[in-house]
Design a protein around this ligand. Structure first.
Ligand code: CMC
Length: 392
Protein backbone atom coordinates (compact mmCIF):
# COMPACT_ATOMS: atom_id res chain seq x y z
CA UNK A 1 0.00 0.00 0.00
CA UNK A 2 1.42 3.40 -1.02
CA UNK A 3 5.06 4.39 -0.69
CA UNK A 4 5.28 4.19 3.08
CA UNK A 5 6.08 1.43 5.53
CA UNK A 6 2.93 0.69 7.50
CA UNK A 7 3.81 0.03 11.13
CA UNK A 8 0.98 0.98 13.48
CA UNK A 9 2.15 1.02 17.09
CA UNK A 10 5.82 1.22 15.95
CA UNK A 11 6.28 -2.53 16.38
CA UNK A 12 9.22 -2.63 13.99
CA UNK A 13 10.28 0.99 13.52
CA UNK A 14 13.19 2.73 15.25
CA UNK A 15 12.11 6.36 15.51
CA UNK A 16 15.55 7.76 16.36
CA UNK A 17 19.16 7.04 17.28
CA UNK A 18 19.87 7.28 20.99
CA UNK A 19 22.84 6.65 23.29
CA UNK A 20 20.94 6.92 26.56
CA UNK A 21 19.23 3.62 27.37
CA UNK A 22 19.58 0.08 26.06
CA UNK A 23 16.96 -2.62 26.50
CA UNK A 24 17.25 -6.27 25.56
CA UNK A 25 13.67 -7.41 26.04
CA UNK A 26 14.37 -11.09 25.43
CA UNK A 27 17.10 -11.24 28.10
CA UNK A 28 15.42 -8.81 30.51
CA UNK A 29 18.36 -6.36 30.40
CA UNK A 30 18.11 -2.60 30.98
CA UNK A 31 21.23 -0.42 30.81
CA UNK A 32 21.52 3.34 31.29
CA UNK A 33 24.59 4.66 29.47
CA UNK A 34 25.96 1.09 29.75
CA UNK A 35 25.29 0.59 33.48
CA UNK A 36 22.85 -2.17 34.53
CA UNK A 37 19.71 -0.98 36.30
CA UNK A 38 20.05 -3.55 39.11
CA UNK A 39 23.51 -2.18 39.92
CA UNK A 40 22.41 1.45 39.67
CA UNK A 41 19.41 0.79 41.93
CA UNK A 42 21.68 -0.57 44.66
CA UNK A 43 24.91 1.43 44.26
CA UNK A 44 23.74 4.79 42.98
CA UNK A 45 21.18 7.41 43.98
CA UNK A 46 18.61 9.23 41.90
CA UNK A 47 20.58 12.46 41.37
CA UNK A 48 23.70 10.46 40.46
CA UNK A 49 21.58 8.71 37.83
CA UNK A 50 20.08 12.02 36.65
CA UNK A 51 23.60 13.30 35.97
CA UNK A 52 24.45 10.07 34.14
CA UNK A 53 21.35 10.28 31.95
CA UNK A 54 21.79 13.97 31.17
CA UNK A 55 25.56 14.10 30.60
CA UNK A 56 26.49 10.55 29.57
CA UNK A 57 28.98 9.73 32.36
CA UNK A 58 28.78 9.18 36.10
CA UNK A 59 29.83 12.42 37.83
CA UNK A 60 33.08 12.86 39.72
CA UNK A 61 32.61 13.77 43.38
CA UNK A 62 33.03 17.48 42.56
CA UNK A 63 30.58 17.28 39.64
CA UNK A 64 28.10 15.39 41.80
CA UNK A 65 28.26 17.96 44.61
CA UNK A 66 27.81 20.85 42.17
CA UNK A 67 24.90 19.10 40.44
CA UNK A 68 23.12 18.37 43.73
CA UNK A 69 23.70 21.96 44.87
CA UNK A 70 22.25 23.35 41.63
CA UNK A 71 19.21 21.04 41.77
CA UNK A 72 18.57 22.12 45.35
CA UNK A 73 18.78 25.82 44.54
CA UNK A 74 15.91 25.47 42.06
CA UNK A 75 13.44 23.55 44.21
CA UNK A 76 11.15 26.47 45.05
CA UNK A 77 8.44 27.50 42.62
CA UNK A 78 7.27 31.00 41.85
CA UNK A 79 4.85 31.97 44.62
CA UNK A 80 2.30 32.94 41.97
CA UNK A 81 2.05 29.25 41.08
CA UNK A 82 0.18 28.66 44.36
CA UNK A 83 -2.59 30.96 43.05
CA UNK A 84 -2.57 29.08 39.80
CA UNK A 85 -3.33 25.87 41.75
CA UNK A 86 -6.33 27.53 43.40
CA UNK A 87 -8.12 27.55 40.04
CA UNK A 88 -8.43 23.76 40.21
CA UNK A 89 -11.24 21.90 41.94
CA UNK A 90 -9.95 20.16 45.07
CA UNK A 91 -11.20 16.82 43.76
CA UNK A 92 -9.34 17.16 40.43
CA UNK A 93 -7.15 14.15 39.62
CA UNK A 94 -3.54 15.03 40.59
CA UNK A 95 -2.40 14.09 37.08
CA UNK A 96 -4.80 16.68 35.64
CA UNK A 97 -3.20 19.31 37.89
CA UNK A 98 0.35 18.12 37.19
CA UNK A 99 -0.22 18.27 33.45
CA UNK A 100 -1.76 21.76 33.59
CA UNK A 101 0.76 23.23 36.03
CA UNK A 102 3.79 21.83 34.17
CA UNK A 103 2.53 23.31 30.91
CA UNK A 104 1.98 26.60 32.73
CA UNK A 105 5.65 26.73 33.82
CA UNK A 106 6.35 28.23 30.40
CA UNK A 107 4.28 31.23 31.53
CA UNK A 108 6.36 31.57 34.72
CA UNK A 109 9.92 30.94 33.50
CA UNK A 110 10.12 32.90 30.29
CA UNK A 111 13.90 33.20 30.60
CA UNK A 112 14.38 29.53 29.72
CA UNK A 113 12.15 29.06 26.70
CA UNK A 114 14.58 29.60 23.83
CA UNK A 115 15.42 26.08 22.71
CA UNK A 116 18.22 27.36 20.48
CA UNK A 117 20.04 28.87 23.45
CA UNK A 118 22.17 26.29 25.26
CA UNK A 119 21.97 28.21 28.54
CA UNK A 120 18.16 28.32 28.36
CA UNK A 121 18.08 24.58 27.70
CA UNK A 122 20.35 23.90 30.69
CA UNK A 123 18.34 26.08 33.08
CA UNK A 124 15.04 24.58 31.90
CA UNK A 125 16.44 21.09 32.54
CA UNK A 126 17.48 22.00 36.09
CA UNK A 127 14.20 23.73 36.77
CA UNK A 128 12.19 20.71 35.69
CA UNK A 129 14.22 18.14 37.66
CA UNK A 130 14.26 20.42 40.73
CA UNK A 131 10.68 21.63 40.75
CA UNK A 132 8.86 18.46 39.79
CA UNK A 133 8.84 17.05 43.39
CA UNK A 134 7.61 20.43 44.65
CA UNK A 135 4.79 20.55 42.12
CA UNK A 136 3.90 16.87 42.63
CA UNK A 137 3.63 17.39 46.40
CA UNK A 138 1.58 20.56 45.82
CA UNK A 139 -0.89 18.50 43.76
CA UNK A 140 -1.34 16.21 46.78
CA UNK A 141 -1.51 18.90 49.45
CA UNK A 142 -4.00 20.87 47.38
CA UNK A 143 -6.20 17.79 46.90
CA UNK A 144 -6.42 17.17 50.66
CA UNK A 145 -6.85 20.84 51.54
CA UNK A 146 -3.58 21.19 53.47
CA UNK A 147 -1.13 24.10 53.15
CA UNK A 148 1.77 23.67 50.75
CA UNK A 149 5.06 22.75 52.43
CA UNK A 150 8.19 24.58 51.25
CA UNK A 151 11.11 22.48 50.03
CA UNK A 152 13.88 21.63 52.51
CA UNK A 153 17.25 21.74 50.89
CA UNK A 154 18.99 20.07 53.85
CA UNK A 155 17.26 16.82 52.87
CA UNK A 156 17.97 14.44 50.00
CA UNK A 157 15.91 14.65 46.81
CA UNK A 158 13.65 11.79 47.99
CA UNK A 159 13.64 12.96 51.62
CA UNK A 160 12.61 16.47 50.62
CA UNK A 161 9.78 15.05 48.50
CA UNK A 162 8.51 12.95 51.43
CA UNK A 163 8.69 16.02 53.66
CA UNK A 164 6.69 18.16 51.20
CA UNK A 165 4.13 15.33 50.98
CA UNK A 166 3.72 14.44 54.64
CA UNK A 167 4.99 17.27 56.84
CA UNK A 168 2.46 19.61 58.40
CA UNK A 169 3.24 23.12 59.67
CA UNK A 170 4.36 23.43 63.32
CA UNK A 171 5.22 19.74 63.64
CA UNK A 172 8.64 18.22 63.21
CA UNK A 173 8.81 15.74 60.35
CA UNK A 174 11.43 12.98 60.46
CA UNK A 175 12.23 11.07 57.30
CA UNK A 176 12.43 7.30 57.80
CA UNK A 177 15.72 6.27 56.07
CA UNK A 178 14.29 2.96 54.77
CA UNK A 179 11.30 4.76 53.27
CA UNK A 180 13.62 7.45 51.87
CA UNK A 181 15.79 4.82 50.22
CA UNK A 182 12.72 3.04 48.82
CA UNK A 183 11.41 6.32 47.42
CA UNK A 184 14.78 7.03 45.83
CA UNK A 185 14.79 3.53 44.36
CA UNK A 186 11.32 4.02 42.88
CA UNK A 187 12.63 7.22 41.27
CA UNK A 188 15.70 5.38 39.92
CA UNK A 189 13.63 2.53 38.48
CA UNK A 190 11.34 4.94 36.65
CA UNK A 191 13.97 7.42 35.42
CA UNK A 192 14.16 6.34 31.79
CA UNK A 193 13.01 3.58 29.48
CA UNK A 194 14.06 4.62 25.95
CA UNK A 195 11.35 5.27 23.33
CA UNK A 196 8.15 4.49 25.30
CA UNK A 197 4.95 6.37 24.43
CA UNK A 198 5.57 9.38 26.69
CA UNK A 199 9.24 9.78 25.73
CA UNK A 200 8.32 9.52 22.07
CA UNK A 201 5.64 12.14 22.70
CA UNK A 202 8.21 14.49 24.26
CA UNK A 203 10.53 13.97 21.30
CA UNK A 204 7.71 14.53 18.80
CA UNK A 205 6.55 17.70 20.55
CA UNK A 206 10.14 18.92 20.93
CA UNK A 207 10.95 18.27 17.27
CA UNK A 208 8.86 21.30 16.32
CA UNK A 209 10.96 23.55 18.59
CA UNK A 210 8.26 23.74 21.28
CA UNK A 211 9.54 24.92 24.67
CA UNK A 212 10.68 22.28 27.20
CA UNK A 213 7.89 22.87 29.72
CA UNK A 214 5.25 22.36 27.00
CA UNK A 215 7.06 19.21 25.82
CA UNK A 216 7.20 17.71 29.32
CA UNK A 217 3.49 18.52 29.81
CA UNK A 218 2.83 16.56 26.59
CA UNK A 219 4.84 13.65 28.03
CA UNK A 220 2.80 13.75 31.24
CA UNK A 221 -0.44 13.63 29.25
CA UNK A 222 0.77 10.57 27.36
CA UNK A 223 2.01 8.86 30.53
CA UNK A 224 -1.40 9.15 32.17
CA UNK A 225 -2.97 6.35 30.08
CA UNK A 226 -3.60 2.99 31.82
CA UNK A 227 -1.53 1.08 29.24
CA UNK A 228 1.50 3.20 30.24
CA UNK A 229 2.16 5.09 33.52
CA UNK A 230 -1.45 4.84 34.63
CA UNK A 231 -0.91 1.09 35.05
CA UNK A 232 0.44 1.44 38.61
CA UNK A 233 -2.80 3.04 39.76
CA UNK A 234 -4.86 0.56 37.74
CA UNK A 235 -2.83 -2.34 39.21
CA UNK A 236 -3.56 -1.39 42.80
CA UNK A 237 -7.23 -0.84 42.00
CA UNK A 238 -7.25 -4.31 40.45
CA UNK A 239 -5.60 -5.93 43.52
CA UNK A 240 -8.18 -4.22 45.71
CA UNK A 241 -10.98 -5.43 43.46
CA UNK A 242 -9.65 -9.00 43.63
CA UNK A 243 -9.46 -8.53 47.41
CA UNK A 244 -8.76 -12.10 48.53
CA UNK A 245 -6.58 -14.92 47.26
CA UNK A 246 -9.55 -17.21 46.56
CA UNK A 247 -10.89 -14.81 43.91
CA UNK A 248 -7.67 -14.85 41.83
CA UNK A 249 -8.72 -17.71 39.47
CA UNK A 250 -11.83 -15.75 38.51
CA UNK A 251 -9.70 -12.77 37.43
CA UNK A 252 -7.12 -14.95 35.70
CA UNK A 253 -9.95 -16.49 33.69
CA UNK A 254 -11.24 -13.03 32.80
CA UNK A 255 -7.76 -11.90 31.65
CA UNK A 256 -7.61 -14.89 29.31
CA UNK A 257 -11.11 -14.39 27.91
CA UNK A 258 -10.84 -12.58 24.56
CA UNK A 259 -14.44 -11.34 24.88
CA UNK A 260 -13.59 -9.59 28.15
CA UNK A 261 -11.55 -6.35 27.87
CA UNK A 262 -10.04 -7.00 31.34
CA UNK A 263 -6.25 -7.41 31.46
CA UNK A 264 -4.00 -8.20 34.36
CA UNK A 265 -2.60 -4.78 35.20
CA UNK A 266 1.12 -4.76 35.93
CA UNK A 267 1.63 -7.72 33.56
CA UNK A 268 3.12 -7.74 30.08
CA UNK A 269 5.35 -5.33 28.25
CA UNK A 270 5.89 -4.32 24.64
CA UNK A 271 9.63 -4.86 24.87
CA UNK A 272 10.28 -7.27 27.77
CA UNK A 273 9.47 -10.84 26.89
CA UNK A 274 11.24 -11.95 30.05
CA UNK A 275 11.16 -10.69 33.66
CA UNK A 276 11.26 -6.87 33.76
CA UNK A 277 14.60 -6.25 35.58
CA UNK A 278 13.02 -3.27 37.33
CA UNK A 279 10.28 -5.51 38.77
CA UNK A 280 12.91 -7.75 40.40
CA UNK A 281 14.42 -4.84 42.36
CA UNK A 282 10.98 -3.44 43.12
CA UNK A 283 9.91 -6.81 44.56
CA UNK A 284 12.84 -6.84 47.04
CA UNK A 285 12.26 -3.21 48.01
CA UNK A 286 8.61 -3.99 48.54
CA UNK A 287 9.45 -6.64 51.14
CA UNK A 288 11.99 -4.36 52.84
CA UNK A 289 9.48 -1.53 53.22
CA UNK A 290 6.65 -3.72 54.44
CA UNK A 291 8.96 -5.31 57.04
CA UNK A 292 10.28 -1.91 58.20
CA UNK A 293 6.84 -0.35 58.46
CA UNK A 294 5.42 -3.56 59.90
CA UNK A 295 2.70 -3.52 57.33
CA UNK A 296 0.81 -6.73 56.98
CA UNK A 297 -0.95 -5.95 53.76
CA UNK A 298 -3.34 -8.64 52.46
CA UNK A 299 -2.90 -7.08 49.03
CA UNK A 300 0.69 -8.34 49.05
CA UNK A 301 -0.59 -11.89 49.56
CA UNK A 302 -2.94 -11.37 46.63
CA UNK A 303 -0.08 -9.96 44.52
CA UNK A 304 2.27 -12.86 45.38
CA UNK A 305 -0.33 -15.49 44.65
CA UNK A 306 -1.39 -13.77 41.45
CA UNK A 307 2.21 -13.65 40.33
CA UNK A 308 2.72 -17.35 41.19
CA UNK A 309 -0.41 -18.51 39.37
CA UNK A 310 0.17 -16.33 36.30
CA UNK A 311 3.80 -17.41 35.96
CA UNK A 312 2.66 -21.05 35.84
CA UNK A 313 -0.32 -20.48 33.57
CA UNK A 314 0.01 -21.62 29.96
CA UNK A 315 -1.65 -18.42 28.62
CA UNK A 316 0.81 -16.05 30.35
CA UNK A 317 3.83 -18.33 29.78
CA UNK A 318 3.17 -18.75 26.05
CA UNK A 319 2.62 -15.01 25.54
CA UNK A 320 5.68 -14.20 27.70
CA UNK A 321 3.68 -11.98 30.04
CA UNK A 322 5.73 -11.25 33.17
CA UNK A 323 5.12 -8.80 36.02
CA UNK A 324 6.38 -5.33 35.07
CA UNK A 325 7.64 -2.43 37.18
CA UNK A 326 4.14 -1.27 38.05
CA UNK A 327 3.20 -4.54 39.68
CA UNK A 328 5.10 -3.89 42.94
CA UNK A 329 5.57 -0.13 42.99
CA UNK A 330 1.92 0.43 43.94
CA UNK A 331 2.16 -1.77 47.03
CA UNK A 332 5.28 0.08 48.21
CA UNK A 333 3.70 3.49 47.63
CA UNK A 334 0.53 2.42 49.42
CA UNK A 335 2.59 1.25 52.43
CA UNK A 336 4.39 4.62 52.51
CA UNK A 337 1.00 6.35 52.66
CA UNK A 338 0.86 7.69 49.12
CA UNK A 339 -2.70 7.62 47.80
CA UNK A 340 -3.42 5.66 44.63
CA UNK A 341 -4.30 8.79 42.65
CA UNK A 342 -0.70 10.03 43.15
CA UNK A 343 1.02 6.93 41.77
CA UNK A 344 1.29 8.12 38.19
CA UNK A 345 2.34 11.57 39.41
CA UNK A 346 5.36 9.93 41.06
CA UNK A 347 6.12 8.09 37.85
CA UNK A 348 6.03 11.43 35.97
CA UNK A 349 8.25 13.06 38.57
CA UNK A 350 10.89 10.35 38.18
CA UNK A 351 10.60 10.10 34.38
CA UNK A 352 11.06 13.84 33.88
CA UNK A 353 14.83 13.46 33.77
CA UNK A 354 14.55 10.77 31.09
CA UNK A 355 12.25 12.95 29.03
CA UNK A 356 14.68 15.88 29.30
CA UNK A 357 17.69 13.72 28.46
CA UNK A 358 15.94 12.56 25.27
CA UNK A 359 14.75 16.06 24.43
CA UNK A 360 18.30 17.42 24.81
CA UNK A 361 19.81 14.55 22.86
CA UNK A 362 17.40 15.17 20.00
CA UNK A 363 18.12 18.92 19.88
CA UNK A 364 21.87 18.27 20.03
CA UNK A 365 21.78 15.95 17.02
CA UNK A 366 22.99 17.87 13.96
CA UNK A 367 20.33 18.39 11.31
CA UNK A 368 17.48 17.01 13.37
CA UNK A 369 14.12 17.36 11.64
CA UNK A 370 10.57 17.94 12.74
CA UNK A 371 8.89 14.53 13.23
CA UNK A 372 6.19 14.20 10.66
CA UNK A 373 4.84 10.65 10.22
CA UNK A 374 2.96 9.85 7.03
CA UNK A 375 -0.22 7.80 6.77
CA UNK A 376 -2.06 5.38 4.54
CA UNK A 377 -5.20 7.20 3.50
CA UNK A 378 -8.33 5.02 3.66
CA UNK A 379 -11.04 7.66 3.12
CA UNK A 380 -13.20 8.64 0.16
CA UNK A 381 -11.64 9.46 -3.24
CA UNK A 382 -12.03 13.06 -4.49
CA UNK A 383 -15.69 14.06 -5.03
CA UNK A 384 -17.74 17.19 -5.83
CA UNK A 385 -19.20 19.41 -3.15
CA UNK A 386 -22.99 19.11 -2.66
CA UNK A 387 -25.04 22.20 -1.66
CA UNK A 388 -26.83 21.92 1.67
CA UNK A 389 -30.34 21.97 0.13
CA UNK A 390 -29.41 19.17 -2.30
CA UNK A 391 -28.13 16.70 0.31
CA UNK A 392 -30.38 13.70 0.91
N1 CMC B 1 -3.35 -9.48 30.60
C1 CMC B 1 -3.88 -10.39 29.74
N2 CMC B 1 -3.48 -10.53 28.46
C2 CMC B 1 -2.51 -9.71 28.02
C3 CMC B 1 -1.90 -8.77 28.86
C4 CMC B 1 -2.35 -8.66 30.20
N3 CMC B 1 -1.82 -7.77 31.04
N4 CMC B 1 -0.96 -8.08 28.17
C5 CMC B 1 -0.97 -8.59 26.94
N5 CMC B 1 -1.88 -9.59 26.84
C6 CMC B 1 -2.15 -10.43 25.66
C7 CMC B 1 -2.95 -9.67 24.63
O1 CMC B 1 -4.34 -9.87 24.80
C8 CMC B 1 -2.42 -10.24 23.34
O2 CMC B 1 -3.05 -11.47 23.14
P1 CMC B 1 -3.33 -11.99 21.62
O3 CMC B 1 -1.98 -12.13 20.98
O4 CMC B 1 -4.02 -13.31 21.82
O5 CMC B 1 -4.18 -10.95 20.99
C9 CMC B 1 -0.94 -10.53 23.64
O6 CMC B 1 -0.87 -10.70 25.07
C10 CMC B 1 -0.01 -9.41 23.22
O7 CMC B 1 -0.49 -8.18 23.79
P2 CMC B 1 -0.48 -6.79 23.06
O8 CMC B 1 -1.50 -5.90 23.64
O9 CMC B 1 -0.52 -7.02 21.56
O10 CMC B 1 0.99 -6.32 23.42
P3 CMC B 1 1.51 -4.84 23.42
O11 CMC B 1 2.98 -4.93 23.31
O12 CMC B 1 0.80 -4.03 22.40
O13 CMC B 1 1.06 -4.30 24.86
C11 CMC B 1 1.04 -3.69 27.13
C12 CMC B 1 1.89 -4.17 25.95
C13 CMC B 1 1.99 -3.30 28.29
C14 CMC B 1 0.23 -2.47 26.75
C15 CMC B 1 0.11 -4.85 27.59
O14 CMC B 1 0.87 -5.96 27.99
C16 CMC B 1 -0.87 -4.44 28.70
O15 CMC B 1 -1.92 -3.88 28.40
N6 CMC B 1 -0.49 -4.67 30.00
C17 CMC B 1 -1.29 -4.22 31.11
C18 CMC B 1 -1.02 -2.75 31.38
C19 CMC B 1 0.33 -2.53 32.03
O16 CMC B 1 0.70 -3.19 32.98
N7 CMC B 1 1.08 -1.52 31.50
C20 CMC B 1 2.37 -1.11 32.06
C21 CMC B 1 3.49 -1.32 31.11
S1 CMC B 1 5.09 -1.18 31.94
C22 CMC B 1 5.21 0.46 32.47
C23 CMC B 1 5.15 1.44 31.36
O17 CMC B 1 5.85 1.32 30.35
O18 CMC B 1 4.41 2.41 31.49
Amino acid sequence: KGHFTFDPGFLATASCESAITYIDGAQGILLHRGYAIDELAVESDYLDLCYLLLYGELPTKAQYDKFVYTVKTHTMVNEQLASFFRGFRRDAHPMAMLCGVTGALSAFYQDSLDVNDEHHREIAAFRLVSKMPTIAAMCYKYSIGQPFIYPRNDLSYAGNFLSMMFAVPCEEYKVNPIVERAMDRIFILHADHEQNASTSTVRLAGSSGANPFACIAAGIASLWGPAHGGANEACLNMLEEIGTVDRIPEFIARAKDKDDPFRLMGFGHRVYKNFDPRAKVMRETCHEVLAELKVNDPLLDVAMELERIALEDEYFVSKKLYPNVDFYSGIIMKAIGIPTSMFTVLFALARTVGWIAHWKEMLDQPGHKISRPRQLYTGSPERSFVDLDKRG
